[in-house]
Design a protein around this ligand. Structure first.
Ligand SMILES: C[S@@+](CC[C@H](N)C(=O)[O-])C[C@H]1O[C@@H](n2cnc3c(N)ncnc32)[C@H](O)[C@@H]1O
Length: 287
């Protein structure tokens, strides 16, 4: 038994690091620390290390991913939220704050005017990480999320429950309550956008442990994005925003798709290697 380990025998920290390193884990020290702190018993630790060494994503083994400073529950078979998607959340939160601010005509009564709860939809929600992070950032939101995959929906329900969010199962907008039409301030959609022919080139952790429906965006990767963009104008409130993540290479075509019914612009973070298309519904349309 090592001095620093709570475990009486078997895998201690050094042995865990060695095993993870041999399995090709680049951040073996960090991963060992996380696995050891998550395991209740030596047997549980050994099982977790086995799963990780066999190639399961660390987040699936731990049962959670860190995202926007939150612990998001991530079940096996559910897409692991990526750090780059925090850029979409930051952009969406900034736009939501502006939407929530009291209208100009209320400035005479600024002392009493309170920001309103914005209506947020997290479409293609996976674990619900985007919606949960927006709710945490904004404080008060009316949050709805949807995904086609039942495993994702079950997982998302756990993550958005604290914000009072509702999660629906079905194809894109189809399961959303009709009363949301024309009322959505922020429509966040991190859709699958890997071109079908590139799915086989993804790291094995994604290829083997995340569902194809979470990754494959069709021939040029933009099939789902185009469908989301086509439907967005009828769900967004006037001046509401659609935010979709894409790759830098796909951005021109993605912006063209969003521009069919909304005013598009491209936002980019080189630090996070993230590209987001923001489409805004013009004021005056259908008001
Ligand atoms: C790239 S993952 C993103 C998940 C989550 N938004 C995130 O950022 O972690 C895409 C998600 O879209 C869902 N999806 C794919 N096609 C869909 C469709 N037609 N309708 C609803 N959800 C869909 C998948 O099940 C998957 O959870």
């Amino acid at each position: 038994m090592s001095a620093s380990s709570p475990f009486p025998s078997g895998l201690d920290r050094a042995a865990t690091v060695t095993r993870l390193r041999a399995a090709g884990c680049v951040f073996a020290e960090d991963e060992a620390r996380l696995l050891i702190s998550a395991a209740r018993t030596p047997a549980a630790l050994a099982a977790m290390v086995d799963r990780r060494a066999a190639g399961q994503p660390l987040e699936h083994v731990l049962g959670w991913a860190e995202f926007c400073g939150l612990r998001i529950a991530v079940d096996p078979g559910v897409f692991v939220p990526r750090r780059r998607t925090e850029f979409l959340v930051r952009r969406a939160a900034a736009l939501a704050r502006r939407a929530a601010a009291p209208a100009r005509q209320d400035t005479a009564r600024q002392d009493t005017a309170r920001p309103r709860a914005v209506v947020v939809v997290d479409l293609c929600c996976g674990s619900g990480a985007v919606g949960a992070a927006l709710a945490a950032a904004l404080g008060q939101v009316e949050l709805y999320a949807a995904d086609i995959d039942p495993a994702a929906v079950r997982c998302a329900r756990r993550n958005v429950a604290a914000a009072g969010g509702r999660v629906y199962q079905g194809d894109l907008y189809e399961p959303l309550p009709a009363r949301l039409r024309g009322r959505v301030d922020i429509l966040a959609a991190n859709v699958p956008y890997v071109p079908s022919g590139d799915v086989g080139l993804l790291p094995p952790e994604a290829r083997a442990h995340e569902p194809r429906v979470a990754l494959d965006g069709g021939a040029d990767g933009l099939d789902v994005l185009r469908r989301v963009a086509a439907g967005a104008p009828s769900w967004l409130a006037p001046a509401g925003h659609l935010l979709v993540e894409t790759s830098e290479r796909q951005a021109p075509l993605a912006a063209e798709a969003v521009g069919g019914g909304l005013i598009p612009r491209v936002a980019r973070s080189s630090r996070l290697n993230a590209t987001v298309i923001i489409g805004t519904r013009p004021r005056g349309q259908g008001e």
